[in-house]
Design a protein around this ligand. Structure first.
Ligand code: COA
Length: 331
C-alpha cells in the first residue's frame, strides 16, 4: 500500500493587519497584556468583499501552482473550517465552484482547531485506499466578523485571526516517506468550554433578537480550562505519534503545533523535551487561525528551509470540543 505525501503547500492572509494597539482602541486591553498571555503581536482581518472562500481560493491556487497542477486535476476537496461563509451548504462546494471544477466531492470538516489534522487523516485514508489520488486539503477561517470587539469579548477577541492554508496530497510508492500516522481524539464533556451557541437548531427559533442580545453568536471560552487541557493533551498526542512509529523526541526535526497561544506552545515544547529549533511558531504574526494555523505554519516553515527530505515532521492540535490530534510525517 502506498503512503500519502505532501506535494505542495500554499497560504493566504488578508492584507489588513490589526495590531494590539489597534485592539486597545476598540476595547479595554493592552499590547503588554496580549503579548504576555499569548505571544500575539498582530493578526490579519478580512476587508469588505473577502470571505473564507476567497482566502481559501488564493491559498489553493498557490498550492496548485507550486504543484504544477490545474484545478481540474484534483480528485477531491476537503475543507476544514469552523467559520463557514453560510449555514449551508458548506464552504467546500463554494471553493470547488471558485476553482472552476465540477463533480469532484467536496467534504466539509467541522473540528475547529483540530480540523486540519482531522481532514488530513481522512484524506490520508482515501489516498492510501486508492479512492482518490490528488486531494486539496484546506483550512480557512474568518474569525474577525464573529468576534465581540468590545471589552465584553476581549478574552477571545484578542486571540483569533483570519487566514487560509492549503496543501495538495497524493500517493507515493516510496515506503520511507509520507504520512506515518494520524491520531484523532475528542471529549464532548467539554463541548461548552469553547463554543458558539447560536445560531443553532437547538434553539427555536434558531436565531432571534434575544439570542443576539445575549451574545450567544459569539465564541465564549473558559480560557484557563482550555489552557490546562491543551498543555497536557497536545504533548500526550505527540508522545502517541512518536511511540506508534518507534521514534523519540530527539528524532523530531520539526514540531508544527496548532498556533493557539505561545504559552501553550512553550508548555508543549517543555513537556515533550524539545529544543527551540525543533518547534515552529508564527502565532506572533497571525494569532489563532484555528484550522488554518497548521497549514500556514507548515508553509512558512518550508519557505524558511526548516524541512528537508527524510526529516521527521510532527503536527499536533487541540481545540473546541474538546478535540485534539497528532500526525507524524517522514518528509
Ligand atoms: N486584555 C486585558 N485584560 C483581559 C483581557 C484582555 N484582552 N482578557 C481578559 N482580561 C482580564 C480578565 O478580565 C481578568 O481580569 P480580573 O482579574 O480583573 O477578573 C484578567 O485579565 C485575568 O484573566 P484570566 O482569564 O485569569 O487570564 P488568563 O491568565 O487565564 O489568560 C487567556 C487568559 C485567554 C490568555 C488564557 O486563559 C489562555 O490562553 N487560554 C487558552 C486560550 C486558547 O488558546 N484558546 C484557543 C484554543 S484552540
Amino acid at each position: 500500500m502506498s503512503r500519502t505525501e505532501f506535494i505542495a503547500t500554499g497560504f493566504h492572509v488578508p492584507e489588513r493587519v490589526v495590531t494590539n494597539d489597534d485592539l486597545a482602541r476598540m476595547m479595554d486591553t493592552s499590547d503588554e497584556w496580549i503579548v504576555q498571555r499569548s505571544g500575539i503581536k498582530t493578526r490579519h482581518w478580512v476587508s469588505e468583499g473577502e470571505t473564507g472562500v476567497t482566502l481559501a481560493r488564493q491559498a489553493a491556487l498557490q498550492a496548485l501552482a507550486k504543484a504544477g497542477m490545474k484545478p481540474g486535476e484534483l480528485d477531491c476537496i476537503v475543507y476544514c473550517t469552523c467559520t463557514p461563509d453560510h449555514f449551508e451548504p458548506g464552504n467546500g462546494v463554494f471553493l470547488q465552484r471558485e476553482l472552476g471544477v465540477r463533480d469532484i466531492p467536496a467534504l466539509d470538516v467541522r473540528n475547529q482547531c483540530s480540523g486540519f489534522i482531522y481532514g488530513l487523516s481522512v484524506a490520508d485514508a482515501w489516498i492510501k485506499s486508492g479512492q482518490y489520488r490528488r486531494v486539496l486539503l484546506v483550512g480557512a477561517e474568518v474569525h474577525s466578523r464573529g468576534l465581540d470587539k468590545t471589552t465584553r469579548g476581549r478574552d477571545t477577541a484578542v486571540l483569533f485571526g483570519d487566514g487560509a492554508g492549503a496543501v495538495i496530497l497524493g500517493p507515493t510508492d516510496e515506503d520511507s516517506r509520507g504520512i506515518l500516522s494520524t491520531h484523532l481524539y475528542a471529549d464532548g464533556r467539554h463541548a461548552e468550554k469553547l463554543w458558539v451557541d447560536a445560531p443553532g437548531l437547538a434553539h427555536d427559533p434558531y436565531i432571534s433578537e434575544e439570542l443576539l442580545a445575549q451574545g450567544k453568536h459569539r465564541a465564549v471560552m473558559e480560557g484557563k480550562e482550555v489552557f490546562k487541557y491543551a498543555s497536557v493533551l497536545m504533548p500526550q498526542s505527540v508522545a502517541t505519534a512518536l511511540k506508534a512509529n518507534g521514534l523519540t523526541p530527539a528524532d523530531i526535526t520539526l514540531l508544527v503545533p496548532h498556533q493557539a497561544n505561545l504559552r501553550i506552545i512553550e508548555m508543549v515544547q517543555k513537556s515533550v523535551g524539545l529544543r527551540d529549533d525543533q518547534v515552529y511558531a508564527n502565532i506572533e504574526k497571525y494569532g489563532n487561525t484555528t484550522a488554518a494555523s497548521i497549514p500556514i505554519a507548515l508553509h512558512e516553515a518550508l519557505c524558511e528551509g526548516r524541512l528537508k527530505r527524510g526529516d521527521v515532521l510532527v503536527l499536533t492540535a487541540f481545540g473546541s470540543g474538546f478535540t485534539w490530534a497528532s500526525a507524524a510525517v517522514r518528509w
